[in-house]
Design a protein around this ligand. Structure first.
Ligand code: NAD
Length: 500
């Protein structure tokens, strides 16, 4: 029997108000139902927002180091449960086991990092221009946040949102993706077990239009953090704009690796395979474009193709093959069809299908949504497959002659999340660092693999609002507001800026 999952509202695990459920299924084997999930609606959202609002005064006044300790404990529980949670990620979302364990590890890193912020939430103390007066700024919590996550990092991305918002003293209503709700539930259970008081974190399962949008529109929600598709992010930003809400929208990418003639060939091929086909291409930072200089183009394409052909597609939990599978399934039937449609679009646009291009159905894969690793050549930069996010194992290879041309092509998309260059010339890479228009730049490394201790996000249509994760300019800037305190202990009326 599949597990019956519940919402968590005001400290209680409860069913959706409607009593309805939907299924979460294993994308590698659709015969397996992993959970029955509450199909919630605006009524559940109302209860969750009310619980978050009433928990805010007490949580926001809980000393930040104590809030941080709860995150530390949650990190420790995740360490203990890393393997079973990794297996759940593999089963519910489909990414292969090493990556599933990495997903959990990223949440551990984030919980420890943000736990530490409990003792570091610093502002500034500066001298006042007047005697017997001091001046300082501090980070104050904001209120109730609505948080909405996608399925492709089912433990990691939720931790990116929950941990900083909680340590900063806010209370939350959280909706995970409908494709990975069991993973999200396990993370919430761990936070509750670690000591989070009732009402501070409220979990409401369900779909975007019936739960996500009512959360964003709710008048008692102060801010919104969303990660997902561009269309939804832009729509939600517009709603927030009319209601004067803070927002952070992390959306799509169309990332490129530039491979120059003087690149280390094997290293560049390894980076392109990892960036293009890792997580089945379902990362916002996936390297879906390879921009290759003329002199190395033929050798690169030959080696890249030979190694891509050897990648093993399959279920990451298949007995005896756990460590041998390289590419898992696509998350859903709809997304599977969307990727196949893009392959058709590429063919119709005149690109050459160099490798793959078909569903992969061998053995038990017949019950899953798999696609062969796919390479297009003769891709012109204006083609849709070179401009739009595909979110599958489909890579376009584009030939160029000069560095400037390569950088211009890398930048010539509506997104700006991650860009990479392989070259052994320091001047070449320095120019790329300066001129690539993206939030993340990698030198001699693939476009994927950001670490949590620096801000994460992109330029152009990749994002709206502040960045996520750690470091200066990261998530704490979004989840806190500055309060400035001037304390005058002169006992007289003192006037700043006014001449005597
Ligand atoms: P999606 O936009 O369809 O769904 C994301 C979340 O938004 C889900 O929880 C969904 O239920 C919810 N949602 C959908 N419609 C909504 C609405 N009208 N109102 C409120 N919530 C709504 O995206 P997806 O297909 O699940 O995720 C893949 C996308 O996420 C890709 O575009 C990828 O690039 C992006 N992504 C971006 C980052 C980043 O940090 N930049 C990271 C991971 C994924």
């Amino acid at each position: 029997m599949p597990e019956k999952i519940k919402n968590y509202i005001a400290g209680e695990w409860i069913e959706a108000a409607s009593g309805n459920t939907f299924e979460s299924r294993n994308p590698a084997d659709s015969r397996e139902v992993i959970g029955l999930i509450p199909d919630s609606n605006a009524e559940d959202v109302d209860k969750a927002v009310a619980a978050a609002r009433s928990a805010f005064p007490s949580w926001s006044q809980t000393p930040a180091p104590l809030r941080g300790e709860i995150l530390f404990r949650a990190g420790e529980l995740l360490v203990k449960r890393k393997v079973p949670l990794g297996e759940l990620v593999c089963r519910e979302m489909g990414k292969i086991m090493p990556e599933s364990l990495g997903d959990v590890q990223e949440a551990i890193d984030m919980l420890y990092y943000m736990g530490g912020e409990g003792r570091r939430l610093s502002g500034e103390t500066v001298p006042s221009e007047l005697p017997n007066k001091d001046a300082r700024s501090l980070r104050a919590p904001i209120g109730v946040f609505a948080q909405i996550t996608p399925w492709n990092f089912p433990i990691a991305i939720p931790s990116w949102k929950l941990a900083p918002a909680l340590v900063a003293g806010n209370t939350l209503v959280y909706k995970p993706a409908e494709e990975s709700p069991v993973c999200a539930t396990r993370l919430v259970e761990i936070l509750v077990e670690s000591g989070l008081p009732s009402g501070v974190l409220n979990l409401v399962h369900g779909f975007g239009e019936s739960v996500g949008e009512p959360m964003v529109r709710h008048p008692d929600v102060d801010g919104v953090s969303f990660t997902g598709s561009n269309a939804v992010g832009e729509k939600l930003a517009a709603i927030c704009g009319t209601q004067h809400k803070d927002y952070m929208m992390e959306t799509g990418g169309k990332n490129a690796i530039i491979i120059m003639d003087d690149a280390n060939l094997d290293l560049a091929v390894s980076g392109a395979l990892w960036g293009g086909f890792g997580t089945t291409g379902q990362r916002c930072t996936a390297s879906s474009r390879l921009i290759v200089q003329n002199g190395i183009y033929d050798r690169f394409l030959e080696t890249f193709t030979r190694r891509a052909e050897k990648l093993k597609v399959g279920n990451g939990l298949e007995k005896g093959l756990e460590t041998k599978i390289d590419i898992g399934p696509i998350i859903s039937k709809e997304q599977h069809q969307k990727v196949l449609d893009y392959i058709e679009i590429g063919l119709n646009e005149g690109a050459t299908l160099h490798l793959g291009g078909k569903p992969y159905c061998e053995g038990s894969c017949a019950y899953g949504t798999f696609i062969e690793p796919t390479i297009f050549t003769d891709v012109r930069p204006a083609m849709r497959i070179a401009q739009e996010e595909i979110f599958g194992p489909v890579v376009s290879v584009i030939r160029v002659s000069e560095l400037e041309e390569a950088i211009a092509l890398a930048n010539d998309v509506p997104f700006g999340l991650s860009s990479a260059i392989y070259s052994q010339d320091v001047n070449t890479t320095a120019i790329a660092e300066r001129d690539l228009d993206a939030g993340l730049i990698y030198i001699n490394a693939s476009t994927i693999g950001a670490e949590i201790q620096l801000p994460f996000g992109g330029t152009k249509r990749t994002g709206l609002g502040p960045r996520e994760a750690g470091g200066r300019g990261g998530a704490l800037d979004f989840y806190t507001q500055w309060k400035v305190i001037y304390r005058d202990f002169s006992g007289q009326l003192q006037k700043a800026q006014i001449d005597d």
